[in-house]
Design a protein around this ligand. Structure first.
Ligand code: NAI
Length: 310
């Protein structure tokens, strides 16, 4: 027995799920599939086309190889065995209905767009077993909005499972109790998180849950500090690393997350969430200007910093 009250828990328990179907084989879906399979779930990973699935398979394999090298530094045959054992538990497929109709947990990690997510919810709603737990990995949308049109009987069975990038390395899992989520569903999601080795925390369905609700306004305030001319990005990054002990400064972090994503989140919250009009999440002009100039951060070669020259 465990208690989900009183803070983060890191305790291995038996997973309440055997079959996990994940929609979206991008950055997050691939990572979630990898850890779920590593901890013995039978996984189906769904995407729109074979190209996406092939890319995901390669991505997971190279991530598994890194894990295997650390786990079995002495034996390449054990490394190969480990990687093949895990990857064999993941079925890569484009057949959405079939994958959803045979699952204990369905987790969606597709594009961050409420209309597209709602379409997927309708697809799953039509075919999934009645008992399925249906969770979203959304970062910035309201869990309740994504599931707004799901059939009445399924409302207690939905919630949020918010992972962090890169999923195999980042220990935290925010388990989100939406307005309709039952205690039973919440407990299952929480225990699934523990079963895959995550530190689980409980939170409500509010913008940014815990981590991003604190991190996003912090990054935006750092940008405003530069706009006011109070300090440079480099000096702010040095300050937070060497004075506050953060592993990355706010500008390094923003560039890593992606400035397009940071802008999308803050603009979404500022214009359409319970934080609407709140200056804490208002997108700063310097952020918008960089995004308009195609400077998205590390992935595009430049953001607040230039990554093209060494
Ligand atoms: P991504 O763009 O890497 O992957 C999304 C994948 O979903 C693509 O492969 C796309 O082809 C696929 N897809 C789109 N519509 C689909 C559908 N109807 N059925 C099946 N597959 C479909 O995106 P990423 O970064 O993995 O994000 C996915 C979700 O996870 C988003 O909701 C995002 O907010 C959330 N998230 C992202 C984090 C990050 O650091 N990137 C962190 C935590 C959550």
């Amino acid at each position: 027995a465990y208690s989900s009250e009183g803070g983060a828990e890191k305790k291995r328990v038996q997973s309440p799920f055997e079959k996990v179907t994940i929609f979206g084989s991008g950055l997050m879906g691939s990572g979630i599939a990898q850890v779920s399979a590593t901890y013995n779930h039978s996984v189906k990973l769904v995407d729109l086309n074979e190209t996406a699935l092939e890319k995901s398979q390669k991505y997971i394999m190279s991530s598994l190889k890194r894990v295997a090298k650390k786990k079995f530094p002495e034996s390449t045959s054990d490394q190969v065995k480990f990687c093949e054992g895990v990857i064999s538990k993941i079925q890569f497929t484009t057949k959405a209905e079939e994958a959803a109709s045979d699952a204990d947990l369905v987790l969606e990690a597709i594009v961050e767009n409420v209309e597209i997510k709602r379409k997927l919810v309708a697809t799953v709603d039509a075919v999934a077993p009645n008992s399925v737990v249906f969770a979203t990995n959304t970062s910035s949308l309201k869990v309740g909005d994504i599931f707004a049109n799901i059939s009445e009987a399924r409302r207690p069975n939905v919630g949020g499972l918010h992972f962090f990038n890169p999923v195999p390395q980042m220990k935290l899992l925010e388990v989100v109790k939406a307005d309709t989520t039952s205690q039973e569903t919440f407990d299952k999601m929480f225990n699934y998180g523990l079963s895959i080795g995550k530190v689980c925390v409980s939170c409500k369905d509010t913008p940014g849950f815990i981590v991003n609700r604190l991190l996003v306004p912090y990054m935006l305030e750092a940008m405003r500090m530069v706009e006011r001319g109070d300090a440079t990005a480099k000096d702010i990054d040095s300050s937070m690393k060497y004075g506050a002990g953060y592993p990355m400064g706010p500008f390094e972090l923003a560039d890593y997350v992606g400035l397009d994503t940071s802008y999308f989140i803050s603009n979404g919250w500022y214009t359409n969430s319970e934080l609407k009009g709140n200056d804490l999440v208002k997108p700063p002009k310097n952020l918008k200007d960089l995004v308009d100039a195609g400077r998205f951060g590390t992935k595009s070669g430049a953001g607040f910093y230039d990554y093209t020259k060494k």
